[in-house]
Design a protein around this ligand. Structure first.
Ligand code: XMP
Length: 326
């Protein structure tokens, strides 16, 4: 029978055996998988591990702080945080086509990660050490999916943050390869990670970049970040976090509709709420959120987010729609 502390003990032993005295590097995405993988490796080899976190400027409110402060505080991990948001936003300027956005974000991410990884390698070299291993938060379903070819990857070119730089010659350490998401969460909790990280909903690598329908600007990102934070806050308050799989909040920035706010005519953009329930994201149903929660979210978003005069609910399953709008 399954037991988080047994798995942790086994993995810690296995990681120590594999890594020996060498240095290890890990790319953090802010998501639960990479966080738990890093915490596990840290428990095994301590300061031999260095984590790299690339902030692409497309994260949600509070997520950068969660990684830089809460995660580091909970684990004591050595972290290099790179703020590359200017760089990403410049590369994305004027781009509205979803697959081009993904390609640009994916490539920039790998380049940025590589650069940081090289620094880690050089610094270790100066101390006469060798960085030989790269941690990945690969789960069992990822292993099955990439081997099995489920066809989903033909629909959207999902890029996973933490992609492997090709010419750096690392050996992969994948301590979660045999596990499912719920097991990873149990291990994260056992390792003392904060709930905000352990219970984080799946969030796409390209982040808010594929939740702005239209091109990406700093202003649009700030607007969407505020609307998303309100939706999350109200769902948490209503105790719904563990009932829904994820709830993309989407800004239709190129759509305008007429509204009336404070006796004035407005011409603003809509926000879409896309709460879904799912087992594995391959199929999904739209979540029947309580009307009063939807009402509070709608009132708050239109009151607090200047430029938004309408909130709409997506009531489509997957298929025929996908979970994300792009
Ligand atoms: P779709 O929109 O294809 O999403 O129904 C299925 C799941 O995958 C996530 N998703 C992504 N994750 N990079 C990622 O790492 C991506 O480009 C990407 N696109 C979608 C989505 O949030 C959902 O959980």
């Amino acid at each position: 029978n399954w037991n988080a502390s047994n798995i942790i003990e086994d993995q810690v032993q296995a990681i120590r055996r594999e890594v020996g005295p060498h240095q290890v590097i890990c790319g953090l995405s802010g998501g639960v998988d990479s966080a738990v993988a890093a915490a596990l490796v840290h428990k095994a080899v301590g300061d031999q591990l260095t984590c790299v976190f690339v902030d692409h400027g497309l994260l949600r409110k509070g997520e950068v702080e969660q990684v830089k402060h809460d995660f580091v505080k909970a684990t004591g991990i050595k972290l290099i945080a790179v703020d590359a948001s200017d760089d990403f936003l410049a590369a994305l300027k004027g781009v509205s086509e979803p697959e081009r956005k993904r390609k640009i974000i994916g490539e920039k991410f790998i380049r940025t990660f590589e650069k940081a990884a090289r620094q880690v390698v050089e610094q270790a070299g100066q101390k006469g050490e060798e960085v030989r291993f790269l941690v990945q938060g690969t789960l069992y379903p990822d292993v099955v999916e990439s081997g099995g070819g489920d066809g989903a990857s033909n629909i959207k070119s999902h890029h996973n943050v933490g992609g492997l730089p090709d010419d750096l010659n690392f050996t992969l350490v994948e301590p979660l390869r045999a596990l499912f998401k719920d097991e990873v969460r149990a291990i994260g909790t056992e390792l003392g990670l904060p709930d905000e990280i352990v219970w984080r909903q799946p969030f796409p690598g390209p982040g808010l970049g594929i939740r702005i329908i239209g091109d990406i600007t700093r202003e649009r990102l700030d607007l969407l970040r505020d609307a998303d934070a309100i939706a999350r806050e109200e769902m948490t308050k209503a105790g719904l976090d563990r009932d829904i799989w994820q709830c993309p909040v989407v800004l239709l920035s190129d759509v305008h509709s007429v509204g009336v706010q404070g006796d004035e005519r407005t011409y603003g953009s809509p926000i879409v709420l896309r709460p879904v329930s799912s087992e594995d994201a391959m199929t999904a149903d739209w979540s029947r959120l309580p009307y009063d929660v939807l009402a509070t979210i709608s009132t708050r978003i239109t009151n607090e987010c200047t430029g938004i005069n309408r909130v709409v609910l997506d009531v489509t399953s997957k298929p025929p729609a996908t979970i994300e709008w792009e």
